[in-house]
Design a protein around this ligand. Structure first.
Ligand code: NAD
Ligand code: SIN
Length: 501
């Protein structure tokens, strides 16, 4: 057994105060997925707190919106400084909450710190006002307005970075927010708003409500919410769209799942390709929206490439998140571990050849540990549950292709459209892949994972509704207002039949 860890749940964070629900509607059980006996207790939640939090955010909205951009920037820089000062505690908290090893969670916290400057510099440039002279005395201005109160619904896999990735652009552009974090990461969410409080953000600008799907749905549907910034699965994103069908005025930004492939040509550096594939499949134990789960290899190199991937994936160090030697931690939950076991059966049903058994395994402590798995299929089947759906576990499926063009066609064959990569020495081949695929990210000779916050990040198809995040988040956090401005009013042009005063 690992050492027990004490956590005191402070409750929801509403209008600058932590509040424990007097009459909870439910509880979230605390769990360290890498050591099920390390954490005890739970976090109660109340659905009525959703309404209180939205009300607090509404109350704070005008004051925050009317600050100058510079004043808001000072607040956000202080927030980044608080996160930086707490970076060790922050990365350890992520590791305990969701089981990601320290090498990953340290990177996540660094990305959060950088996010603030990236937003204040490049992000806000995307929504800078523009103006031009339309006619003498008439200036046309293209100005941006904050939307109001935005709800941020977070996933478990990057519980700090992906909540923050919406919150910072939302606040920088003058909105206030209500966060509903993943129920798998309540400790990260609490620490996040504690740091916002230390930074002196005005009361009501950032609010937090804990809860499950019911709390998320209540927030998404709330009439006073101007927008939903969601990162999570396709199924839940679809549900949010259904729930808000009668609110067409509400901004719905959906960042959803992926079924991401790597196409490998016969001229590729196979060592580099194998390393990128094994890394992309096992980082965060396969629980990244951009994780590599499919390999489309040209026939002549498929055997050699597959063997290299197998060697790497079979030697991954699986361990407890706070153990510096661990490369891959556990999955998030018992259900996810069961999904990996089920996937091995679905692959068998598809007559997939199992090259690395993987699946549920013993870890250093009782937890949701698995080992990576590797399969080979003879043909692509768009109806196959194994081949076509996102599973969010460390598994790779290899398909051998007759030509580069066929590999690219299969790279693009799923209903998702998030990330992909192509390994080849030839730029024309990469440009061909760029033309022939519909993906939000297409990399050349590097992994499908590790998206840069300095680039847009969003997918097509089942991966997103065309509201790319990261570098472009400030765009959906505001709306453009067209203004024709005249200091001195002039009479409208005379048209035949229009009377004169
Ligand atoms: P999830 O969809 O289960 O949950 C996401 C959030 O939605 C949670 O806070 C949850 O409580 C909330 N929620 C659940 N039901 C809801 C409802 N009916 N209405 C409103 N909110 C509801 O996702 P997860 O398991 O936490 O995360 C994994 C998924 O997220 C994967 O599919 C992954 O690909 C995706 N993801 C996408 C991106 C991206 O940027 N495209 C990034 C990370 C993760
Ligand atoms: C994710 O947000 O799930 C993926 C981040 C990455 O591309 O590594």
């Amino acid at each position: 057994m690992n050492q027990k860890y004490e956590f005191t749940a402070l409750g929801d964070f509403i209008d600058g105060q932590f509040r424990i629900p007097a009459q909870p509607d439910g509880e979230i059980a605390l769990e360290d997925p890498g050591d099920l006996s390390a954490l005890e207790g739970n976090v109660p939640f109340a659905l009525s707190h959703v309404d209180h939090a939205v009300e607090a955010a509404r109350g704070a909205y005008r004051g925050w919106r009317d600050l100058s951009a510079n004043e808001r920037a000072k607040h956000l820089k202080r927030f980044a400084a608080e996160i930086e000062a707490a970076s060790s505690e922050f990365s350890e908290t992520i590791s305990r909450d969701v089981g990601k090893p320290l090498w990953e969670t340290r990177g996540e916290v660094q990305a959060m710190i950088r996010k603030v400057d990236l937003t204040l510099d490049a992000g806000l440039k995307e929504v800078e006002d523009r103006e031009f002279v339309m006619a003498p005395g008439q200036v046309a201005r293209w100005r941006h307005h904050a939307r109001g109160v935005l709800g941020v619904l977070g996933p478990f896999n990057f519980p700090g970075h992906l909540v923050h990735g919406h919150v910072i652009p939302a606040l920088a552009t003058g909105n206030t927010v209500v966060i509903k974090p993943s129920e798998s990461a309540p400790m990260v969410a609490q620490l996040y708003v504690e740091l916002a409080r230390h930074a002196g953000l005005p009361d009501g600008v950032i609010n937090l409500i804990h809860g499950d799907a019911r709390s998320g749905a209540r927030l998404a549907k709330h009439h006073d919410l101007a927008g939903v910034l969601f990162t999570g699965s396709y199924g839940v994103g679809r549900r949010i769209l259904e729930d808000t069908l009668d609110q067409p005025w509400k901004l719905i930004a959906l960042e959803m799942g992926g079924k991401n492939g790597v196409a490998v040509a016969d001229d590729a550096d196979l060592d580099a390709a194998a390393a990128a594939i094994a890394f992309g499949a096992t980082a965060t134990a396969g629980q990244r929206c951009s994780a590599t789960s499919r390999v489309l290899a040209m026939h002549s190199i498929a055997e050699e490439l597959t063997e290299k991937i197998r060697r790497l994936m079979s030697s991954i160090t699986v361990g407890y998140a706070l153990d510096e030697a661990a490369f891959m931690g556990p999955l998030i939950s018992h259900a996810a571990k069961q999904r990996h076991a089920d996937l091995l059966g679905w692959a068998r049903n598809d007559a997939a050849e199992c090259l690395l058994e993987g699946g549920p395994t013993e870890g250093p402590y009782a937890g949701h540990y698995v080992r990576p798995s590797l399969h080979r299929v003879a043909s692509w089947d768009s109806e196959s549950r194994y081949q076509a759906e996102e599973h969010f576990v460390p598994d790779v499926c290899v398909l051998s292709c007759d030509s580069f063009e066929e590999a690219i066609a299969y790279l693009d064959a799923t209903e998702y459209g998030l990330s992909g990569s192509v390994f080849t020495k030839s730029r024309p081949r990469f440009e061909y892949a760029f033309r022939e695929t519909r993906l939000g990210l297409l990399n050349w000779n590097t992994s499908t994972v590790g998206a840069s916050s300095a680039l847009p990040f969003g997918g097509l198809g089942k991966s997103g509704n065309d509201r790319p995040a990261a570098a472009l988040s400030s765009v959906y956090c505001s709306y453009p207002v067209a203004c024709v401005e005249m200091e001195e009013p002039t009479l409208p042009t005379q048209h035949p039949g229009f009377p004169k005063l």
